[in-house]
Write a protein that binds this ligand. Structure first.
Ligand code: GLY
Length: 367
């Protein structure tokens, strides 16, 4: 843990996010969060061959008494289903996991969300340690305790709030991350600047080349700054009763795109989550400008930055605006059947806008 930066997340059960190289092999640090004797290591078919052995061995060396089970999902958003959730629960049962068991989620957002949800449900809740291996999961999904699976009607519609006991973001794991996945993670990093920190946004504009070239220091700084923003928000609003909704800037549009195209990502033409959020942020900024809430120049600046980072900024051809709007009506932020969206007053100033006129949304979706 020598070179790790740490970010503390407060709340009822505080925990620490460690960020730095070599954390996957730090068995002492990982094992410190295992209270009992049972560990279920959950990973996917891409990450497990790379890193599951390291984590298993590290845990075993630190705690030879541990019974360590492994559950491997096929890689991809398509696996974030109730059926695979059921298989994870079966793996816990086969392991004989008791109430002091620990689920270790090793992978990206799909693994973290599904493993976290299994931990939330097994025996009404056991510990979960998040070990994110993608930039996107390091800066967003591994922190804050949102866990879920998708159903055909929408993303993350079945889930629970279940904060982790600890998060270990090993920056060495980013070395094997495909460039497209790195850019998807950077979309979520840019989001923090867009919603609450114009100076950070400017830093991201300046450090683009270093970040895209995976400069270790720049990446660690970007991850730590993002986690600090997220920690501050979830500390004050763990259950998304207010401020936490701001983290969903671009997500209502983005989720609609993801659901409408069918969940996909790597290896096909569908947008992955970060890419869909990039498009969604531009749509949210455009809608804000159309509603007179924010300058159009800020929307232009956001779009230019995202494009410079190699991210998409337009809705993929073939997705019908009316169908996207129908998907948006199912968003969890909506209340009493009204569209409630995260928009902005300009760069660094996001806010929740209740009761947005659907015709104005449709106009932006059609634009
Ligand atoms: N990804 C948004 C949140 O954790 O609230």
């Amino acid at each position: 843990m020598n070179h790790a930066r740490t970010v503390d997340v407060g709340g009822e059960i505080p925990y620490t996010i460690a960020i730095g190289p070599g954390l996957l092999g730090d068995g002492e640090a990982l094992a410190r969060h295992v209270r009992g004797r049972h560990v279920l290591l959950v990973s996917d078919s891409v990450v497990a061959p790379l890193y599951a052995g390291t984590v298993r061995e590290a845990l075993h060396t630190a705690r030879p008494d541990l019974a360590i089970g492994t559950f491997i999902l096929p890689a991809g958003e398509e696996s974030k289903t109730l059926a695979h959730f059921g298989h994870a629960i079966e793996a816990l049962a086969t392991l004989g996991a008791t109430r002091d068991a620990c689920v270790v989620a090793l992978g990206g957002g799909v693994v973290g969300d599904l493993a976290g949800f299994a931990a939330a449900c097994w025996m009404r809740g056991v510990d979960c340690v998040q070990v994110p291996t993608t930039l996107l999961s390091m800066v967003d999904s591994s922190v804050g305790g949102k866990t879920a699976v998708d159903i055909p009607q929408g993303k993350n519609l079945v889930g629970a709030f279940h904060p982790p006991r600890a998060v270990f973001a090993d920056t060495d794991a980013l070395a094997t991350l495909p460039a497209r996945e790195l850019r998807a993670g950077l979309a979520e990093v840019i989001k923090y600047g867009a919603i609450r920190d114009a100076r950070f946004f400017q830093w991201l504009e300046q450090e683009r080349q270093a970040l895209l070239a995976m400069d270790g220091q720049a990446l660690a700084l970007a991850i730590a700054a993002s986690c600090e923003h997220k920690a501050e928000i979830v500390d004050r609003d763990p259950l998304e009763k207010g401020e936490r909704a701001l983290l969903n800037f671009g997500h209502t549009f983005g989720h609609a795109i993801e659901t409408e195209q069918g969940y996909g990502g790597l290896g096909n033409d569908n947008l992955n989550h970060g890419e869909a959020v990039a498009v969604g942020m531009v749509l949210a900024a455009r809608l804000s400008a159309d509603l007179g809430l924010a300058p159009a120049a800020d929307a232009d600046r956001l779009e230019t930055t995202l494009r410079d980072y190699g991210l998409p900024t337009r809705i993929p051809v073939g997705l019908a605006p009316e169908r996207l709007l129908a998907r948006m009506r199912l968003d969890k932020k909506n209340l009493a059947g009204r569209l409630r969206l995260v928009l902005w007053r300009g760069l660094g100033r996001a806010e929740v806008v209740p009761d947005v006129d659907e015709s104005r949304v449709l106009a932006v979706l059609s634009g």
